[in-house]
Design a protein around this ligand. Structure first.
Ligand code: 5AD
Ligand code: SF4
Length: 429
């Protein structure tokens, strides 16, 4: 989401006649896009701003964008007086106006209002990847998970019209993008604000029908709003990649209630059962937080047990990090950092063993991959499967032309915990 915000900001600047330079040293305007989901990011931004100012910052204009900007607001001007622009993502629709003020020499420009019904749609997005394109379909979040800063930094939930999403997807297909990744904090809470009133499953199905689109992914889904209709849509059209990222956060219903996640372990497992009973072989991935206040050893063991039960293909694990404004900040029974570290290590060890087994099961399979690039060091092409696994493969036809962006088939011959290796096969499909 952040990477795509940067693409939109860059596109907006280019459309106004700015040009992008290779290094911050060569820039007249330096914008930092920041994240505050966990606590390290904020410190990092101030360190970078300070270091850069000292080394090479003379005469440059600096701006801080994103969630740290939203969270810290005008305090940033006090801590880093050389900053001229502070704007959160909910204000980016006003970015052109803010640029006018900067260009006029204004040295305290802010965009901090969260009071918006608009999404940051821009026809000027400058995309980093020539084959895969992100499309934001919904921004912000109306939930209130006890640990999460997002509702305070990205503002209220707002969906784009299906018409504007479809038009962007068609434009991208026409300009050669074959993979679309739909984005939103709760992407599956999408609700078309126009009279058509499409839900997320309908939008998915319609995007998958656009000629030229070969793969559609989406992230991130909230379990509460994950419907059977989404699985049905995926079942019906293989253009919808067979991968679901469904963050569970904890395997304990008691902790889920304290986190205000709006589902129990059983509710979550019902969704997993739908996904697993699909005709297609779906990959499942998740996010887990360890050490939420009050998480007991028994709660943690339930999370480990959930890993055994679900058999995820991959997961992101995080130590609970206290965030400003969130309700978990005031909770008792904080877990010491050493204990969080112990738990996350046990969790990751268990998941690693699961991944080794699951990846090994794929040896012998032929998979379709979208080629992402070439690794000089290993002499392998880097491919990505529909399940979102990396499959590094050799291709011995002797042609040196770049295969990046091409769809090919490769047989899996070896498997590690985090990737597969194999060789290309003739495209007989
Ligand atoms: N501490 C630790 N992890 C967090 N996440 C969100 N907020 C916090 C926090 N305060 C994790 C969640 C979420 C992912 C994007 O980041 O697991 O799904
Ligand atoms: Fe944060 Fe919860 Fe909203 Fe996800 S659903 S962005 S975790 S508040």
């Amino acid at each position: 989401m952040n990477a795509h915000d940067s693409e939109k900001v860059v596109g907006t600047l280019l459309a106004r006649g700015y040009s992008q330079v290779e290094t911050p040293e060569a820039a007249d305007l330096v914008l930092y896009n920041t994240c505050s989901i966990r606590d390290k990011a904020e410190q990092k931004v101030f360190n970078r701003l300070q270091n850069f100012k000292r080394q090479a910052g003379k005469g440059k204009v600096f701006g801080v964008l994103g969630c740290v900007a939203q969270q810290e607001g005008e305090k940033i001007f006090d801590r880093a007086p050389h900053v001229s622009l502070v704007a959160g993502s909910a204000s980016y629709t006003k970015l052109p106006e803010m640029l006018v003020q900067l260009e006029a020499g204004n040295r305290r420009v802010t965009g901090l209002s969260l009071d918006t019904e608009e999404t940051f749609d821009t026809p000027f997005t400058r995309r980093d990847n020539p084959h895969r394109a992100y499309i934001t379909i919904i921004e912000g979040c109306d939930k209130s998970c006890a640990y999460c800063v997002v509702p305070f930094t990205r503002g209220p939930e707002r969906s784009r019209t299906s018409e504007s999403v479809m038009a962007e997807a068609r434009r991208l297909a026409e300009s050669g993008y074959s993979e679309i990744q739909l984005l939103g904090q709760n992407v599956n809470s999408y609700r078309d604000p126009s009279p058509e009133g499409w839900d997320f499953a309908t939008l998915l199905a319609r995007i998958a029908e656009i000629r030229g689109i070969r793969r559609v992914r989406y992230t991130t889904s909230h379990p509460r709003d994950f419907t059977r209709a989404i699985v049905d849509a995926m079942d019906a059209n293989p253009v919808l990649c067979n991968h679901v990222h469904l963050p569970v956060q904890s395997g304990s219903s008691r902790v889920l209630a304290a986190m205000q996640r709006l589902y129990t372990r059983d509710d979550y497992m019902r969704r997993i059962d739908w996904i697993k009973s699909s005709r297609r072989n779906m990959a499942l991935t998740t996010d887990i937080i360890v050490g939420f206040p009050g998480e007991t050893e028994a709660d943690f063991e339930q999370t480990l047990d959930l890993l055994d039960q679900v058999q995820y293909d991959s997961l992101f694990s995080f130590k609970y990090s206290p965030r400003p404004n969130t309700s978990a900040l005031a909770m008792e029974d904080k877990i010491p950092d050493e204990e969080k570290t112990r738990r996350i290590m046990i969790l990751n060890e268990k998941q690693r063993a699961i991944q080794i087994r699951r990846n090994a099961d794929l040896i012998g399979n032929v998979e379709e991959v979208l080629v992402e690039g070439y690794n000089q060091a290993t002499g392998q092409w880097i491919g990505r499967t529909s399940q979102n696994r990396t499959l590094n493969f050799t291709h011995l036809t002797g042609d040196a032309a770049s295969l990046a962006g091409v769809y090919m088939h490769a047989r899996v011959t070896r498997a590690g915990p985090n990737s597969l290796a194999g060789e290309s096969v003739a495209n007989v499909f």
